[in-house]
Write a protein that binds this ligand. Structure first.
Ligand SMILES: Nc1ncnc2c1ncn2[C@@H]1O[C@H](COP(=O)(O)OP(=O)(O)OP(=O)(O)O)[C@@H](O)[C@H]1O
Ligand SMILES: [Mg+2]
Length: 325
């Protein structure tokens, strides 16, 4: 669970978003959308705890699995398989078992003897922690992400950038995190892996926030849409699936257009009337009132635009920005 209150994020001095409030709970599968450079990656970085927000608070319950858009560089000497297993703390024990196995080949009886004892203890520990089942689960995830055995046995620094990113994705999925933050997870995936990921995520029991240009993936997986509007520096929250969200946006835009046209027509008529009346001294006051009414109609448009969006959302419109729409 992630709870965000009054969040403010900036890129340098530029405001990206302000007064953002939402929560991502178990069963929430959020698609985060918005144009390039809107601040989606910046938001996920802050949600993961990798960066501090300019303002507001982010509280996290449970474990977070974060796949950054740009791969992180860490210790690249570890094997792909161990990197994945590290998500559940099984990497050390597996590495030690491997060492014991090697020592069991020794010519020296005493060394062999000791190694066998060590191996037995390690294996008992591994088994009691559900290691074999976990290992096969990790293997199956890796396989689905087109990471064959051979690749898993290689150190990370001998792998391509795409392979490394798939290892990272496998590690996060294997971790069983309560909340997943996935920033463009399908980059570097082949078509089959994308299909597999789609199925995997659509039944993910925890919380999920995903950024993806893959419309089919978003459409299948998400049950909420967060639209980051870079012009208004806000997030519009749509508590609905993708198709409905698109429909809702279109409806909103059409209705807004209609309302604007109507109001403008009325205002125009009133203004014309006021102009005629102004000519007569006795009607000057009435003319002024009428002009004011027309102005209020036009002003009302902004309020209309602001309040007609869906669900819980927050607006911080600078009026001069709104007036230009
Ligand atoms: N290291 C940085 N220093 C200064 N500004 C940055 C830095 N990284 C990103 N920005 C700015 O922050 C803004 C938000 O970037 P961010 O990467 O969060 O956008 P995004 O929505 O993830 O875009 P995309 O869809 O291209 O991934 C961008 O306009 C960018 O210019
Ligand atoms: Mg990004």
């Amino acid at each position: 669970m992630i709870v965000v209150s009054n969040l403010e994020l900036r890129a340098g001095s530029r405001l990206l978003m302000d007064e953002v409030n939402f929560r991502v709970a178990s069963g929430d599968r959020v698609g985060l959308v918005g144009r390039n450079g809107a601040g989606k990656t910046t938001l996920t970085k802050a949600l993961s705890g990798q960066t501090e927000p300019a303002g507001g608070t982010i509280s996290r319950g449970g474990e977070i699995g974060y796949l950054p858009q740009d791969p992180r560089t860490g210790d690249l000497s570890v094997l792909g398989r161990d990197r994945i297993l590290s998500a559940r703390g099984l990497d050390t024990i597996v590495a030690n078992m491997r060492k014991a196995e090697a020592a069991m080949m020794s010519e020296d009886d005493a060394v062999r003897e000791k190694a066998m004892g060590r191996y037995a203890r390690l294996e008992a520990d591994f088994t009691s922690r559900g290691g074999y089942a976990a290992e096969s689960e990790a293997g199956s995830i890796a396989n689905s992400l087109s990471l064959p055995e051979r690749v898993l046995g290689q150190p990370l620094d001998t792998l391509s950038g795409g392979q490394r990113r798939r290892i990272e994705l496998a590690r996060i999925l294997f971790s069983g995190a309560d909340t997943l933050l996935l920033d463009e997870p399908t980059n570097h995936l082949d078509a089959d892996s994308v299909l597999w990921l789609r199925d995997y995520l659509k039944t993910y029991p925890g919380g999920l926030l995903i950024i993806s240009h893959d419309v089919a993936l978003i459409e299948t997986v998400v049950n909420r849409v967060f639209y980051l509007d870079a012009n208004r520096s806000v997030i519009d929250i749509y508590n609905m699936g993708w198709k409905q969200y698109l429909q809702q946006r279109e409806n909103d835009e059409r209705r807004r257009h209609r309302e604007r046209a109507n109001a403008e027509k009325k205002a125009h008529t009133l203004m014309a009337q006021a102009d005629k009346m102004r000519a007569k001294a006795t009607k000057a006051v009435a003319a002024q009132n009428m002009a004011r009414r027309a102005q209020r109609l036009l002003d009302g448009l902004e309020t209309e635009q602001v309040s007609d969006k869906v669900a819980k959302l927050r607006f911080r419109l600078r009026p001069q920005v709104a007036r230009h729409r």
